[in-house]
Ligand binder design. Structure first.
Ligand code: MDB
Ligand code: ZN
Length: 191
């Protein structure tokens, strides 16, 4: 099973590479890795497993973070509602592409972190509020989905990893708490 020691950290050159598109159909190794990535996220959200293996509570991971420079990401976003066990969004996305997005931007009120970054970085990370994505699943079927808010932020964060972009690249270093106009802050102070 994947643990934090498989995750490469800030400074590793692979995190700054543009990952290669995956040729379909996936090889068995690529399928295996994709499923391990999703399992890692599920394990990280299981109290006992996460504690036992010291996993950070992950909602998304990109293959480059495992030193595999391929355009594959896994996303597993739990529901906002505690009584709801079904995740808001859970899938493995092969060659994901943002095909359109809202003008409206959003950001997390508490900023962002990253499984590959072992430090706090303050500042808002402006992202598109809504995105339409196209991607392939591990069976090679094409999907086209519209996402907004947190699931949309997670997927944009992961697709950035496929392009060698880290979340702090998007923070305005002159004024980290600057809120671009037409941006809606997402998070606890939300009604
Ligand atoms: C179960 O966990 C949650 C439940 C509800 C809200 C948030 C979370 N968890 C996270 O935001 N987790 C972050 C995360 O997985 N990532 C993914 C990552 O680093 N991918 O490369 C960072 C997030 C920052 C914004 C979007 C993803 C870390 C860096 C804090 C582990
Ligand atoms: Zn990350």
């Amino acid at each position: 099973m994947l643990t934090m020691k498989n995750v490469i950290r800030e400074g590793h050159p692979t995190l700054r590479k543009v990952a290669e598109p995956v040729t379909l159909p996936l090889t068995n190794d690529e399928k295996e890795l994709a499923m391990e990535m999703l399992d890692f996220l599920k394990n990280s959200q299981d109290t006992d497993i996460a504690e036992k293996y010291e996993l950070r509570p992950g909602v998304g991971i990109a293959a480059p973070q495992l030193n595999v420079s391929k355009r594959m990401i896994a996303v597993h976003v739990p529901s906002d509602l505690p009584e709801d066990t079904a995740p808001q969004f859970s899938d493995i996305l092969i060659n994901p592409r943002i095909i359109s997005h809202s003008v409206k931007q959003t950001c997390l009120s508490e900023g962002e972190g990253c499984l590959s970054v072992d430090r706090e970085v303050q500042g808002y990370v402006p992202r598109n509020k809504r995105i339409r994505i196209e991607y392939f699943d591990t069976d090679g079927n094409k999907h086209n989905k519209r996402l907004k808010d947190f699931p949309s932020i997670v997927i944009q964060h992961e697709i950035d990893h496929l392009n060698g972009i880290m979340f702090f690249d998007r923070i305005d270093s002159d004024n980290p708490m600057a809120l671009p106009k037409d941006l809606e802050v997402l998070g606890y102070e939300e009604e």
